[in-house]
Design a protein around this ligand. Structure first.
Ligand SMILES: Nc1ncnc2c1ncn2[C@@H]1O[C@H](COP(=O)(O)OP(=O)(O)OP(=O)(O)O)[C@@H](O)[C@H]1O
Ligand SMILES: [Mg+2]
Length: 589
């Protein structure tokens, strides 16, 4: 059971995955090489220590002075430890940097995703790619490479020594290793698959929690706590199950190292015994060969753990790369701060639009024209496509037919940042972000002065509220502004849009939750603004729009009629009916 509408993101071909992994590693290749070198040098000093110790014992036996040797031995121990810890630090540091770099690119991209892409996916899922999947990159881009290199080198060196001993026995050994290695290669992808499912389950946890906290009151009011908890728990259990699967396969591949060595041992013992009997090799050779065989355990273990970490990394990098491939708005909107200017013009020319190719059309040839400053109202039944008009003006979506013009220029030809910089938008559900009141006000105009803020507070009728709050503008408003009333949230949203000093102001049901006194006051503010700014408003309460310069009546994705209140009352039956039910036919507001 998933609340994701379609499968979240496109799956990635294996080659692409590999390339994506390499991309994460590439910037750090020299640091990793350096870490590997330090690890090798550290290991080297480790090898020298027994030699120094042997020399020490020899000298002790011959009653020679041991001071210098002791000094050398101490230096070796200190040096070896120091080099190893520096190497470990370099690798850990690189691992952290890989995670940071991956997070940075993801954060940058996710904030610029196109709206349809975000609507296709789940925020919780996207968030978990940034928080949880990136951490899995740590090992694969560092430890696993060091293990592969050091393990690989030791493996080759041991093989060379074995070849010197006896080529036939080496062949036997390699035969066994290749056989068991081949079986393991079949098991390896299971680790990747289990890791991927586990990460998907973790993402499901975030998605579910995000849904719950996004509508916490509704969850409580519906008594849905237990049901929702059960679903989140189910996702947690799935993560656990897949974790166990991965652990199982890791255990299998880990123990197969021992198996490979043991079986090789038996095979070498048998065949080697025969060769000793036939006089092809000496007993001493056989014993030495068997010793080398046991030396192989460690390098093979390292190679196996490198391969395991690679599988885990593959699962994560695939999920990260999928998120990176979601379509973003480009070029990235820069922070354009130009505020004010002449009022914008807006025109729709036979616009056809649907939200997705598999959905019905929402606009069937919408045309209207807004020549400049003044107020234009959009009215019509719920679902008529009014909010969609605003979405197209902001170019959150692109029309599939016809043209949307702002200042006579197709919005697709506008630099996105410039287009949006010209517009102030108050969404239908007046979003307020967690943070302080001040942060919310200057959100769309970071450069606003103290004076401008004061002024807009008065205009949006928020001054009394701010004066009443003990922390004033620094008051925290809670998650999505939950500590404000509905009407307060709307006024904050309006103030934010006004502070931006837009050339085009889009108000979608911006005053629907205000009391009559405040609504009237804000209607005057908007009327005042409309003298210099192009204002488009959507309103169900016609009382807010009777004074508009033009009213566009929409129904089922079409424009029925355009005119003033008086004209429409006389000429358009739908508008007349709306006006009549709201007692507005007898001479306006
Ligand atoms: N993001 C979306 N994805 C898919 N369909 C959508 C999306 N947003 C709106 N729709 C659909 O498009 C149609 C028009 O929606 P729109 O929000 O423009 O209506 P509206 O006129 O603003 O209605 P209301 O007065 O209720 O706000 C509706 O049928 C709605 O279900
Ligand atoms: Mg709407």
């Amino acid at each position: 059971m998933s609340i994701t509408e379609t499968d979240t993101t496109p799956k990635l071909p294996a080659r692409e995955t590999w390339r994506a992994l390499y991309r994460h590693f590439r910037p750090h290749r020299w640091t990793v090489a350096c870490g590997t070198l330090l690890a090798l040098v550290g290991a080297g000093t480790g090898i020298l220590q027994p030699l120094a110790a042997r020399a020490l014992v020899e000298r002790l036996g011959q009653d020679e002075p041991v001071g210098r040797i002791l000094l050398v031995l101490t230096a070796l121990v200190v040096l070896g430890t120091a080099i190893e810890s520096v190497g470990a630090y370099v690798l850990e540091r690189t691992a952290e940097s890989v995670v940071l770099a991956a997070r940075r690119t993801l954060i940058g991209r996710l904030l610029r995703l196109r709206l349809p892409e975000v609507e296709r996916t789940q925020p919780g899922d996207l968030m978990s790619r940034i928080t949880s999947d990136t951490t899995l990159l740590r090992a694969v881009t560092t430890d696993s490479i060091v293990s592969a290199v050091t393990g690989g080198l030791a493996f080759l060196a041991t093989l060379v020594m074995m070849a010197v001993m006896d080529v036939v026995l080496l062949g036997v050994t390699l035969g066994v290793i290749v056989l068991i290695g081949g079986a393991m290669a079949l098991v390896m992808p299971q680790i990747s698959r289990a890791t991927r499912r586990s990460q998907e389950a973790v993402a499901e946890i975030s998605t579910r929690l995000e849904r719950v906290f996004g509508a916490f009151r509704t969850v409580k009011a519906s008594g849905a706590e237990d049901r929702e908890a059960a679903v989140v728990e189910a996702a947690a259990e799935e993560a656990w199950r897949q974790g166990l699967r991965s652990a199982k396969w890791q255990a299998v591949s880990g123990s197969s190292v021992g198996l490979a060595v043991q079986v090789s041992f038996l095979a070498v013992l048998g065949i080697g015994g025969a060769r000793v009997a036939s006089g092809a090799i000496g007993v001493a050779d056989l014993v030495a060969f068997l010793l080398y065989l046991f030396y192989l355990t460690e390098p093979i273990s390292k190679l196996v753990s490198a391969a395991t970490e690679y599988q885990v990394g593959l699962a994560a990098v695939a999920r990260i790369a999928e998120a990176e491939r979601l379509a973003t708005e480009s070029p990235a909107p820069a922070a354009v701060t130009a505020r004010g200017g002449r009022p914008a013009t807006v025109a729709f020319e036979d616009v056809a639009f649907r939200y997705r190719d598999d959905l019905p059309y929402v606009h069937h040839g919408v045309s209207f024209e807004v020549p400049g400053a003044g107020m234009t109202a959009f009215v019509g039944p719920s679902g008529a496509g009014k909010t969609t008009v605003f979405g197209l003006v902001e170019r959150f979506y692109e029309a599939s037919g016809g043209r949307v013009l702002v200042d006579g220029r197709d919005v697709r030809d506008w630099p996105l940042a410039d287009l949006r910089a010209a517009i102030g938008y108050v969404e239908q559900d007046a979003p307020v972000l967690a943070g302080t009141l001040r942060e919310n006000l200057v959100f769309a105009a970071p450069g606003a002065t103290e004076e401008e803020i004061r002024d807009v507070l008065v205009r949006a009728r928020l001054d009394a509220l701010v004066d009443r709050l003990p922390d004033g503008l620094e008051t925290l408003v809670g998650h999505r502004g939950s500590k404000l009333s509905g009407g307060e949230r709307q006024r904050v949203a309006i103030a934010r849009a006004l502070l931006r000093k837009p050339r085009l102001l889009l108000l979608d049901e911006a005053t629907s939750q205000l009391d009559a006194v405040n609504e009237l006051a804000l209607r005057d503010v908007v009327a005042e603004v409309a003298k210099e700014v192009t204002v488009l408003v959507v309103a169900h309460r016609l009382s807010t729009v009777t004074l508009a310069d033009r009213i566009v009546v929409m129904e089922a994705g079409r424009v029925r009629a355009v005119g003033t209140h008086a004209e429409l009352v006389a000429a358009d039956p739908l508008y007349g009916e709306l006006a009549a039910t709201q007692f507005l036919t007898a001479g306006g507001a």
